[in-house]
Design a protein around this ligand. Structure first.
Ligand SMILES: NC(=O)c1ccc[n+]([C@@H]2O[C@H](COP(=O)([O-])OP(=O)(O)OC[C@H]3O[C@@H](n4cnc5c(N)ncnc54)[C@H](OP(=O)(O)O)[C@@H]3O)[C@@H](O)[C@H]2O)c1
Length: 344
């Protein structure tokens, strides 16, 4: 380990490379990145998948570029530090993948980027990032749990706290709790003292959510899922968080209490075909879009994790050499929580 390193040699490292549309997941040797002032090289211990990585591999994401090393999430040790970043050398860290947010806390600016496209990401032995995106790894988490946290944890935090302004006692519905983001929504809302309800396509995942503290859940594949939820909630929800959209989204306004908020950040099940707007204006609902989060959101999320000693839900850990298995598990939505790869 060196205090200040400008690495001009071309040492190789192994990484998962998005090589082409035909070969989206190639585990191969590539050049180890070299760092400049204010940057660090993190030696990865673990990296986590997000649906974004999957969308990129199947060509359903804006701005795809070949070749790119995938991965927004990771934990590791700072192996090299550029000028001005020396204090991080040897530290155990996680990385905030929300880069160049911009000036407004309300929305990201035009230079906003997510780690792992267009810039090389965390599914590699080393990743180069600006030191400003580093945070100490929460001490109560192992490498895999820490790697699971950043992207999904941040998105879920902003959706619930910054956008929906959840408060103790609120009735919160999480649609598709098996998602990586879904499990964080559950953990965050419970930590905030909310009464949390869930949907899932799997009865087993509903049971797992209940074991974590959910009050009740229904299978969104059942005909009468919305009526059942209304019954369970005793009338309706103050906050609903969705990342699926699709035809079922149209039922959500009817499930809201007056003044309720529906927040969403994804469309795993496709677009919304038709929406009856009357419930939205009559009940004075708010439908809020959100994406990733600011530095302040990330820091508040970490504070929540450290204060309550929250442990992310890791579904399964794969060696990086078996990344394809992890991606196919995500494709079939068989996971409950995060899929993590160990590196090195
Ligand atoms: N805008 C942003 O900043 C941002 C950030 C993170 C994620 N996202 C988006 O949010 C979505 C979730 O991301 P993720 O990484 O958490 O995904 P993930 O771990 O792959 O989870 C996907 C989950 O979607 C649920 N689902 C699938 N079809 C559904 C349906 N018809 N109705 C309800 N739920 C359904 C399933 O939940 P069950 O297993 O419980 O059935 C599945 O496990 C993706 O579309 C992703 O691109 C956006």
């Amino acid at each position: 380990m060196r205090l200040y390193t400008c690495n001009f040699n071309s040492t190789p490292m192994k990484a998962i490379v998005l090589e082409s549309a035909e070969n989206p997941l190639v585990y191969k040797e590539v050049e180890k990145p070299t760092i400049g002032p204010g940057e660090v090289l993190v030696q990865m211990k673990a990296a986590a998948l997000n649906r974004r990585d999957y969308w990129i591999t199947v060509g359903k994401y804006a701005g795809i570029k070949y070749p790119t090393i995938l991965g927004a999430d990771g934990s590791g040790v700072v192996a090299e530090a550029g000028e001005g970043a020396e204090e991080w050398l040897g530290k155990e860290v996680i990385i905030n993948p929300s880069h160049n947010w911009g000036d407004s806390p309300d929305f990201q600016g035009k230079d906003f980027k997510i780690l792992g496209l267009p810039e090389d990401g965390t599914l590699a032995e080393y990743v180069k990032v600006k030191a400003e995106y580093l945070y100490p790894k929460p001490a109560h988490l192992n490498w895999e749990q820490a790697a699971a946290l950043p992207l999904a944890g941040l998105t879920a935090y902003r959706a619930l706290f910054t956008k929906a302004h959840i408060k103790k006692g609120d009735k919160v519905l999480i649609v598709g709790v098996g998602a990586g983001t879904g499990t964080f929504l559950l953990l965050w809302a419970l930590a905030a003292g909310c009464q949390v309800f869930v949907t899932s396509g799997s009865g087993e995942k509903i049971e797992r959510a209940k074991q974590l503290g959910a009050a009740a859940g229904v299978n969104y594949k059942a005909q009468d899922w919305a009526e059942e939820l209304k019954h369970f909630s005793g009338g309706g929800f103050d906050v609903i968080v969705d990342s699926a959209l699709g035809p079922d989204f149209a039922k959500l306004p009817d499930l809201c209490n007056p003044g309720g908020r529906i927040v969403f950040f994804g469309g795993t099940a496709g677009n919304i075909p038709e929406l009856n707007g009357r419930a939205i204006f009559w009940k004075q609902l708010q439908i809020l879009g959100t994406t990733m989060g600011t530095k302040e959101d990330f820091e508040a999320m970490l504070n929540l994790v450290n204060t309550h000693k929250i442990v992310p839900v890791v579904d399964e850990v794969f060696p990086i050499t078996e990344a394809k298995k992890a991606f196919s598990k995500m494709e079939s939505s068989a996971q409950f929580g995060k899929l993590v790869l160990t590196v090195g």
